[in-house]
Design a protein around this ligand. Sequence first.
Ligand code: SF4
Length: 332
Amino acid sequence: MEKQFYLNYAKLAEKLATQCNVKIREYDQRDQISFTPYIYNVCSANCRFCSEKLVRDGNVMVCGDLVGDYRLRLLDVFDQVKKRPLFLSLSGKEPTESPQQLETILQCANLYDNITDRVMYTNLSGFGRDFQQLRDIIVDGGLTRIECSRHHYDEDVNQTIMNFRNRYQIKTNECFENTVRQLLPLVDLKMVCVIQKTGVKDYDDIIKYIQFARRIGVKNLVFRELAMFDDSIEDGVTTKYIEENRIEIMEILQALDKEAFQLTNITKGYYYFSFGYKYQGEMNVSFEMSDYEEMISKHYGDKIYKLILYPNGKLCTDWNMKGEIELKDLRL
Ligand code: SF4
């Protein structure tokens, strides 16, 4: 059953769609499967809201080292889902800090022609250290898009949120901007900013962030709301931070200057909504919300939306290894 929070956004989507004469696109997950070969490492950052630190129903995710025959295990999964369109999500901890695993995944993916998107979610730290190595991996691997996290235009404020470890130069705006400028000719790139009370928090900040991205040459941006969850997530520092610092994008959407922002698309995903705007006719600016409880309930239904291959070889339909599934039981 859809939760109230998700329903509130459904209502908002209907209202905006009518007002702006825009169709709501339902993301058809019956066909496409999202597959994450989970990349596990010590992340270069330590974001205050990092969902990897949340504990659900007493289960802490334990990944372990890469299973000995990782490449074979990966190929088995790709083989099993080769008849379905696949969205390949390169994520987990920080993908650019595990270049060899990243290369293995992309090399295996290149053996299949059902993969529609190869998207990497990253804070770019590895590029800041060794651009050439990662450049070759993503170009040879045919990466489709990078979604890079940067949560404030001011590097000091960004650092209070992301807490990059000392040795990572990407924490400076100079390194971040240079890295993004080098990537732009190579791959589609979207900057991702999570709105929160300690960072980008209101309409003025949104405009300053857009100007920051425009100065670097980025045309695609997304502002995300901190995820919504319920009591199954245990109390802790991260949970408290998220609860205290959430800002609903609903408030931001209502404050948008309608002359500057034109609504062009609304997407209804299986646990999220995305509201896409054209800003001053040139920038694509989306606002997204997600509801973890909605997501979890879908992951435990009959239909397969998501597959995650953990480094230890476990294949799961959800993020905390509870939804483990045997390859032979995968009904697609
Ligand atoms: S960059 Fe991503 S994985 Fe790393 S701490 Fe931040 S949210 Fe977590």
